[in-house]
Write a protein that binds this ligand. Sequence first.
Ligand SMILES: Nc1nc2c(ncn2[C@@H]2O[C@H](COP(=O)(O)OP(=O)(O)OP(=O)(O)O)[C@@H](O)[C@H]2O)c(=O)[nH]1
Ligand SMILES: [Mg+2]
Length: 180
Amino acid sequence: MQTVKMVVTGPFSAGKTQFIRSISEIDVVSTERRISSEPERIKDATTVAMDFGRITVDEDLILYLFGTPGQKRFHFMWEILSEGMLGFVVLIDSARPETFREARRILEVFRGYAPTPYVVAANKQDSPDAWATDDLRIALKISQNIKVLPCVATDKESVKNVLLELLYSILEEMDAEGIE
Ligand SMILES: Nc1nc2c(ncn2[C@@H]2O[C@H](COP(=O)(O)OP(=O)(O)OP(=O)(O)O)[C@@H](O)[C@H]2O)c(=O)[nH]1
Ligand SMILES: [Mg+2]
């Protein structure tokens, strides 16, 4: 039996909690609190510590998903959550270019924690203002060997596709390193 820990990170309100809720087979353990401060009032609740979900791929493989908080004041959780991860997803709100710089920064921070595979998921592709993945790749300066995948976090199939792509990258890496 193999267990794989993946982290879902990204800027405030990118859709991280939604992403994990769409796919987890257990009720997601979420630590959301109501938002009281004004600039973040674009939604009701925000993650303050983590989200936790689980997916059984088959009898030999279970994925554990950890979602990070997006708001700056909870960033102390990031390094704790990254402990032991085998890969991560950087989730981006494709319709809010003002968050792209922060997304790039988060990507760098997580790359610094561990040299694991990662993918970029261009979320909210159902929004009329969403940037296309090719444009996002340029804006965020993502190199060609990193996957930038379209995503709609409310759609389970879309979330599954992103996680499978990350899983393939992780398994490739394990093969390359000769890990059983
Ligand atoms: N249209 C659309 N809305 C989405 C999508 N994914 C998430 N949302 C909405 O975006 C808002 C933010 O989603 P959350 O899952 O709370 O985002 P988060 O990244 O966990 O936010 P923090 O924990 O506060 O950093 C919610 O209102 C979601 O319903 C999507 O793919 N399309
Ligand atoms: Mg959240």
